[in-house]
Design a protein around this ligand. Sequence first.
Ligand code: NAI
Length: 286
Amino acid sequence: KGKRAFIAGVADDNGYGWAIAKSLAAAGAEILVGTWVPALNIFESSLRRGKFDGSRILPDGSMMEITKVYPLDAVFDNPDEVPEDIKTNKRYAGSSKWTVQEVAESVKEDFGSIDILVHSLANGPEVTKPLLETSRNGYLAAISASSYSYVSLLKHFLPILNPGGSSISLTYIASERIIPGYGGGMSSAKAALESDTRVLAFEAGRKRKIRVNTISAGPLRSRAAKAIGFIDMMIDYSLANAPLQKELSAEEVGNAAAFLASPLASAITGTVLYVDNGLNAMGVGV
Ligand code: NAI
């Protein structure tokens, strides 16, 4: 039987979330996505108007279908936590049931269960500031949007994740090596995400036989990465220094995610899988 995947963090056709959706669709999965509320209108209208049709084409020539797009803001767990200024914000007012708990409830109502949960989102309002210049609020916001958002998603989706299922997030090597420019507490947030991957693998494994892994991806010119401002430099650095001297494609990360979600990876949990042309293995630039 075909598997069903929920991918949080898809708002255009450039990022890792989209590529993961495609690889999972190509492997026969049904695709549900969670889209950040402020980006929802433009994403849905672009989908409808066919703007993404070129990038929806799968290797067999068919088109990826997204069965349903859910509005999501992963920094809020339930309606009680949403502050007044967000509730009345006109970018949020047009949508409803977008907190993590409500989205999990809606998916349960609509489809009963899922097999694959993907977290492909991050946000750090002070990402361009060095850690020494990061405010407490900026740091906590990075952790909330980029790390706790995953704990919350897995917590709320766990009851509807079928045993044997798989959960995947995206991380970056700035968690363990110094990457100047990846600031605002984002390096800290990725370190938390990787540590949580191990603890959650234990808890979700024991509780529901769910595997939990994270992909440490190399640089990609996504919308989020362009906002950080150093992405071209990181791509050039990788081209010059990685064992494999080619630009990383989002599809290569998508395919690794499809592997991790498949029975081929049935004994793999709690791991950080590098999909970065091998750059992580270098000890020195060449
Ligand atoms: P992207 O821009 O395609 O994806 C980030 C998504 O997060 C966007 O769709 C955005 O709308 C969404 N988002 C932000 N705040 C949210 C919130 N509060 N609730 C729900 N959604 C929210 O960019 P990209 O780069 O594909 O990012 C996906 C993941 O890959 C992130 O975890 C990122 O840190 C990771 N990554 C990216 C690398 C890169 O070079 N692009 C390298 C390594 C990891």
